[in-house]
Design a binder for this molecule. Structure first.
Ligand code: ADP
Length: 446
């Protein structure tokens, strides 16, 4: 049974159910038809007897029967006997009834190989006692019941065959979308991720299933696409420093002169660059795998931003950029100190990197109902509308940022840190005028 297809199982179950139903209904129909036919037969006998009894009367001490009024059906045989079993009346060939020794009431007897329904009734008129007997052959009832049995026996297999075939067709039709889903899943399993389940137009459970599977495939495809893009970007980013490292090493090995120092310094720089990329990549991948856990503590935001500004003051002053920390002392947030510092280093570092010489970076915070709003704003190069939706993607860098150092991992890390704290990060920018990043930390992180 386990190996059978669902449509075969449905067909078998439905047919079995129909067979059980037929098995229960057949005898019920038979017995109720039989009971009603027999009742009709006995009622006919009863009516005939009443007619006979009403036609008998006593005239001058002798029994007289008004036979002209009598309308006894030919199918009913009747006789009347007195208390000494002397035959007083016989409708035809009914004298045999007096020899059957019948008691009062209804009965069935066999006479000359035929079955008869009989009724007897005692009757007294004046001081004359008599017994009225009536009989009718059960041939009609027996034949009707035999025909009924035959009909049931012929119809039952036909009904079962039709119900088996019908249920098989219905189940096959109902299972068709599932077959399509399986086929599509097989094709997708073979690597055709762009394939979707089509042809299921219904809004029922199967339609819902195929819609859900299609949505899941959309997400899967997008995530595979991102993974592919990430791998290609990662290898691309690592290839440049690696090429420089090996060229410099080759050169240094070949020359072995004081110029070696210059090459060795380049090697060190590129190795440092690679180390940075790799450690950021590691941080991101650990974060996505859920291997980094929050260690929240109460952080005085102004103080924390102050130390980040200290850390970055050299790069800011190299470009005469002024950092304005306008956050008030009261603003406290419950967050992971080292992750929050990393987040702010990334955002303020970018504001300096993409700022204009002699420009400004403003840091602000406001406590609102939906949480603490922290903003990092600059008056730098800004981001174009085309780049804006993509800057949180791994390795994405706007063309205008190409001449400045960076790998396109700072913002994905920032976004991941904010979301780890159940906050949100958004950006507003105007090309050539500046950019503002806004973080909203949820109220319970105050
Ligand atoms: P990168 O290492 O290139 O800075 P990020 O992930 O930190 O990588 O940023 C992605 C891109 O977003 C940058 O290459 C740059 O184009 C843009 N960007 C980020 N911050 C700013 C900013 N403050 N002003 C202008 N552009 C920015």
């Amino acid at each position: 049974m386990k190996k059978l297809k669902i449509r075969t199982k449905i067909m078998l179950l439905f047919t079995l159910l129909s067979a059980i139903l037929l098995g229960a209904l057949g005898p019920t129909v038979y017995s109720s038809v039989a009971a009603s036919l027999r009742q009709t037969l006995q009622a006919r006998l009863q009516m005939a007897m009443s007619q006979v009894i009403s036609s008998v009367e006593l005239q001058n001490g002798r029994l007289h029967m008004d036979l002209e009024e009598l309308d006894v059906r030919s199918s009913v045989q009747m006789c009347i006997v007195d208390k000494n079993d002397v035959l007083l009346y016989d409708s035809g060939n009914a004298a045999w009834l007096s020899g059957e020794g019948l008691g009062d009431g209804e009965d069935y007897v066999v006479h000359e190989g035929r079955r008869w329904a009989v009724q007897t009734q005692g009757y007294e008129i004046g001081d004359v006692e008599m017994t009225v007997m009536a009989a009718s052959s059960t041939e009609y009832v027996d034949n009707s019941l035999r025909n009924l049995v035959l009909l049931l026996l012929v119809l039952a297999p036909v009904y079962l065959a039709i119900s088996a075939f019908g249920s098989f067709l219905l189940a096959k039709r109902a299972m068709e979308p599932i077959r399509q889903i399986t086929q599509a899943a097989q094709v997708i399993g073979n690597g055709e991720l762009s394939r979707r389940i089509t042809g299921v137009e219904t809004k029922d459970e199967v339609g819902e299933l195929s819609e859900t599977v299609n949505e899941m495939l959309d997400r899967l495809e997008a995530s595979f696409q991102r993974e592919r893009q990430f791998t290609s970007d990662a290898s691309h980013e690592l290839r440049t420093p690696l090429a420089v490292i090996s060229a410099c090493a080759e050169d240094a090995l070949g020359r072995n002169t004081p110029d070696c120092r210059e090459n060795l310094m380049t090697i060190r720089e590129e190795a440092e660059r690679m180390t940075k990329i790799i450690s950021q990549l590691l941080m991101l991948s650990r974060g996505y795998e859920g291997r980094i856990h929050l260690e929240p503590e109460q952080i005085a935001l102004r103080e924390m931003l102050g130390s980040v500004c200290d850390e970055l003051k050299d790069s800011a002053s190299a470009r005469q950029i002024v950092l304005h920390n306008a956050v008030s002392d009261e603003v406290l947030i419950a967050a992971d100190q080292s992750l929050m510092t990393q987040l702010m280093v990334n955002l303020i570092g970018n504001a300096i990197k993409y700022g204009r010489n002699g420009g400004n970076v403003w840091l602000n915070a406001a406590i609102r109902d939906d949480g603490t709003h922290i903003t990092v704003a600059d008056d730098g190069i800004g981001i174009s509308g085309k780049d804006l939706p993509r800057i949180f993607e791994r390795f994405y860098r706007a063309d205008s940022a190409r001449d400045r150092s960076g790998f396109g991992l700072g913002l994905p890390i920032a976004k991941w840190i904010v979301e780890l704290h159940r906050g949100t990060i958004g950006v507003k920018s105007s090309l050539g005028h500046g950019t503002t990043f806004e973080i909203i930390m949820p109220p319970d992180a105050k």
